[in-house]
Design a binder for this molecule. Structure first.
Ligand code: ADP
Ligand code: MG
Length: 605
């Protein structure tokens, strides 16, 4: 007896619907995308009970004729592609021809549609894929689709739905993902009869502000890059507006909202050290590439994407964001002019201290074979990422530009005369002082951690710590694995001021220690260093240095800083003012609070 049956279409559609329509928000996304694909300039989204009872999308797009109104509910019915090859020339959101078939399989649908060039429109009513009504009707130009009682015939799905607040949140998110990139479309959103959002056509910055609120107004900074094959545009938010939640991150490729782990990494990695750990920067960035170089047909929801050359996109995106962050004043109230006379302990005024900068190679052209990257497509990502940091990249092939992370400007050096700074140590914890007509309060411990971090980072990158040779070297003994690591990291140890020489299998003579440090327990320092190194040894050099500097700074911060006298406090403030990223400590603590006279006035008004 044969046991294999072909599933009836209705069942097949219900099963397939599970992939496309997981919750009301998925239906919202599909319907909005169809309206956009139909060239609508005005779209209304009308929801009842968080989408459980009604999801309606009304558009003023090109509509459908009588036959198409019936056809659109068939599986694999689409007007957007004709051959598989068309997948690589997509300009529409949809192409799989399965959204309406899926929705119809699990809901009651009422479609009213009319093409502007035709006299009458069409009304079509379906229930669980079965057509109940298909008649000419009088209706306005464009399309209105009402999806009622979603999952009415799949109770199991209905039971999976979350609270109205959560479902409505998902719907809102889908609307955001489309409205933030289709700024020329007029969107309005109603829930249970109430207008929730009204988005008139505007530029992208205004759209972002309309969606997320006026507080974004001064936080957005443009990101722009234009090359022959990639165009990047959009906005990033100031580091200090970063939040714990990830929900203000919008990446679009050719007008499609996408999630791409590596591209998110390309952006987020530039914010490191600028925002507290675990916080997420906000961004709204669009990447435009030729449709032939991407594949979006990876998942039914079309949110994943593959690039022909994701390394190149990564490099461009990373550089574009860095460029914006580099020119952005991280603390507009203060000019941080880097003073090479930076006389933090351990660096003598006469030492030639170079600030670490990220330089771009203006001659690097990713398209020219002469300057081809050393990486080949077979390299691992790990290698690629590290290559990227070693090998300078260029933001714009034509621009001869230095990419610096701060506003440090060596031509416009400002010599800070610390003796002019009036200051006060408060509660042994905070330094209060006036600088540039503003009242500053800094948390001494957090500021010190920042100072030490930059000091150690600088030491690691420029080998600037002066070593004091010991006349009678002390000996330390380490475990076998620690011995191996110490031998591997001699250069880093040396950069930090520790000169060790292996005596026998597990012991080392301590020939030199940092000149400014006394009473150090070298054994303990080295052991902690080795421990920390174990966790970071696979990082690339830049990240490793930063991890090392971070841990050293944290360690040293545990001892209390004594700055009882005014000159000591002034010197400390001066050093802090010269930090590259003063207001956030490397472990993510806020360092300072700045009050302007204006803010004071407002407070007392
Ligand atoms: P896809 O969008 O992948 O083509 P859908 O099932 O979402 O598949 O839609 C099927 C077809 O129905 C579309 O290709 C389009 O021709 C038509 N259609 C759907 N919605 C609209 C609309 N709002 N306006 C005009 N045509 C539409
Ligand atoms: Mg569609």
């Amino acid at each position: 007896m044969n046991t294999i049956l072909l599933l009836p279409d209705i069942v097949a559609n219900q099963i397939a619907a599970g992939e496309v329509i997981q919750r009301p928000a998925s239906a919202v996304k599909e319907l909005l995308e169809n309206a956009i694909d139909a060239d609508a300039t005005k779209i209304q989204l009308i929801i009842k009970d968080a989408g459980r009872t009604l999801i309606q999308v009304v558009d003023n797009g090109k509509g459908m004729n009588f036959t198409d109104a019936r056809m659109c509910f068939e599986r694999h019915a689409t007007s957007k592609i004709a051959t598989a090859d068309d997948l690589y020339h997509l300009t529409t959101k949809g192409f799989r021809g399965e959204a309406l078939a899926s929705i119809a399989a699990i809901a009651q649908v009422e479609l009213k549609t009319k093409r502007p060039e035709e006299e009458t429109g069409t009304l079509l009513i379906t229930e669980g894929s079965q057509v109940k009504e298909h008649i000419p009707t009088a209706t306005q130009d464009g399309t209105s689709i009402s999806v009622k009682n979603l999952f009415f015939n799949v109770p199991a799905r209905r039971n999976f739905l979350k609270s109205d607040t959560i479902e409505l949140g998902h719907i809102e998110e889908e609307l955001n993902r489309l409205s933030l990139i289709h700024c020329d479309i007029d969107f309005s959103f109603y829930h249970n009869g109430k207008l929730i959002q009204q988005l008139p056509p505007s530029n992208q910055k205004q759209r972002i502000i309309n969606v997320f609120g006026a507080h974004f107004k001064d936080k957005l900074f443009p990101v722009e890059l234009d090359t022959e094959t990639v165009k990047i545009s959009g906005f990033i938010a100031k580091p200090e507006s970063a939040k714990k939640k990830k929900n203000e991150q919008y990446l679009f490729v050719n007008h499609r909202f996408v999630k791409h782990y590596l591209l998110h990494h390309a952006i987020e990695t530039t914010y490191k050290e600028l925002i507290p750990e675990g916080h997420k920067p906000a961004f709204f960035i669009e990447i435009s590439v030729p449709p032939t170089t991407i594949d979006v047909n990876i998942s039914p929801t079309k949110i994943d994407i593959k690039f022909q050359d994701d390394r190149m996109i990564y490099a461009f995106l990373n550089a574009a964001v860095k460029k914006t962050l580099g020119t952005l004043s991280l603390l507009p109230q203060i000019d941080f002019n880097y003073n090479p006379q930076y006389d933090f302990s351990g660096i003598k005024p006469k030492d030639n201290v170079k600030p670490p900068t990220l330089t771009l190679n203006p001659n690097y052209n990713p398209y020219s074979s002469k300057t081809e990257r050393k990486t080949t497509p077979s390299d691992s990502w790990e290698q690629f990422l590290s290559g990227l940091k070693n090998e300078p990249i260029v933001t714009h092939p034509k621009e001869e530009e230095k990419l610096v992370f701060t506003e440090e400007n060596k031509d416009n050096e400002e010599i800070i005369d610390e003796t002019q700074i009036k200051c006060l140590l408060f509660s042994d914890t905070y330094l209060v002082f006036l600088w540039k007509d503003m009242l500053h309060i800094i948390d001494v411990r957090a500021a010190r951690e920042r100072l030490l971090f930059e000091h150690y980072l600088n030491a690691l990158e420029n080998t600037s710590i002066v070593i004091q040779q010991s006349m009678f070297p002390e000996t330390i003994t380490l475990s076998a694995s620690a011995t191996e690591i110490v031998n591997d990291i001699q250069p880093e140890l040396r950069a930090l001021g520790y000169e060790l020489e292996q005596m026998d299998r597990n012991s080392f003579a301590v020939n030199g220690t940092p000149v400014d440090e006394t009473n150090i327990d070298v054994q303990q320092v080295i052991e902690q260093f080795v421990e920390m190194y174990k966790t970071h040894q696979f990082l690339h050099k830049t990240d490793k240095n930063s991890a090392i500097a971070k841990s050293m700074a944290k360690q040293k911060c545990n001892s209390k800083l004594q700055i009882p006298s005014e000159p000591e406090q002034q010197a400390f403030i001066k050093q802090w003012l010269q930090c590259k990223v003063p207001h956030i400590s490397p472990s993510g603590k806020r360092v300072s609070k700045v009050l302007t006279a204006e803010e004071m006035r407002k407070f007392f008004d």
